[in-house]
Design a protein around this ligand. Structure first.
Ligand code: SAM
Length: 296
């Protein structure tokens, strides 16, 4: 069984990037009357404590979301970043940051009565917590949770009856094979449902599979004649550091990206202002940067 638990990482710089993008996509989708479905293939526990044991152990939010809200930028936050801060604020009160919403709750907040959300989570403990968290919403059949492999489980729902959908894929990549599974899932999904919007988060780490994945997704999009967008955020160098005794210091995640196929046409403009600001505020050394590319 996996050892990855998202509670250790909730609110880190990767969450800031992926959730800012997710929110911008959802806002666009909710503008049209037609119902939509969202598939979250790797849902996690749904809600996280920023002051809990897990969060305190890693303190990753301190270099991510909490750093963002503590910053006093010279210019106002870009609208997409402000929307994201406002969204997390809506889960907190009294000026204290205690709760961080994961993707299921970010998505659920944007559903209208006619929209649907299907969540997949394979870790039994996280799936149990997710079920308990979602039950509080009393969302009924609008939100479904499957204790199932998301890569495989999502297939049977494609294409969805709504014919408008976002597939959000956010694996932990704890297993090397996940990179190939993402690629295979997107290739299969594009055949079943060519007009869906696909958003895949991936880590940018010194590992060939991690760098190959966005290239492979781009090839899939181009071959299918679909538009694509890739956004990355780097907060520090990926070089290994050594302490005074020559021991290697684990640098932690230096960068990550989100690759989208059939992105909303409004997304690039929204991220153009947001990404440089995130790189400036969350950057930890002179390697902090961002990229934003699109095509199709
Ligand atoms: N998407 C969540 C969010 O943004 O709040 C965080 C998800 S976390 C990065 C990845 C999750 O996927 C973990 O909770 C892990 O237990 C789960 N997981 C790992 N492999 C899976 C699989 N094959 N299918 C479904 N869930 C899986």
């Amino acid at each position: 069984m996996f050892s990855y638990r998202h509670a250790f990482h909730a609110g880190n710089h990767a969450d800031v990037l992926k959730h800012t993008v997710l929110l911008a996509v959802l806002k666009h989708m909710a503008q049209k009357e037609t119902p939509f479905t969202v598939f979250d293939t790797h849902a996690g526990a749904g809600l996280y404590r920023l002051d809990g044991d897990y969060a305190q152990t890693s303190a990753e939010a301190a270099q991510g979301f909490l750093k963002l809200v503590a910053a006093k930028p010279a210019t106002p936050l870009a609208p997409a970043v402000q929307d994201y801060v406002d969204l997390v604020a809506s889960f907190n009160s009294g000026g204290q940051w205690k709760v961080y919403p994961g993707s299921p709750f970010i998505i659920q907040q944007h559903l209208r009565g006619r929209d649907k959300l299907k969540l997949f989570e394979l870790h039994p403990t996280d799936a149990k917590t997710l079920s308990a968290n979602i039950a509080q919403l009393e969302a009924g059949r609008q939100v479904a949770i499957a204790l199932e492999d998301g890569f495989e489980g999502v297939k049977k729902f494609l294409p969805p009856p709504s014919r408008r959908a976002l597939l959000f894929c956010d694996p932990s990549y704890e297993i090397k094979h996940d990179y190939a599974r993402v690629q295979a899932m997107v290739a299969d999904a594009l055949v079943r449902f060519a007009t869906g919007t696909y958003a895949v988060w991936y880590p940018l780490i010194p590992r060939p599979e991690a760098h190959d994945l966005p290239r492979k997704l781009k090839t899939l999009a181009v071959r299918a004649g679909k538009s694509w967008l890739e956004a990355t955020l780097t907060v520090k160098s990926s070089k290994l550091l050594h302490d005074d005794e020559g021991e290697t210091i684990r640098p932690g995640l230096p960068a990550s990206g989100v690759f989208l196929i059939n992105p909303p046409y409004t997304l690039k403009a929204a991220l153009k202002d947001a990404l440089p600001q995130l790189a400036t505020i969350l950057g930890q050394d002179q390697h902090a940067t961002h990229t934003l590319e699109s095509g199709g």
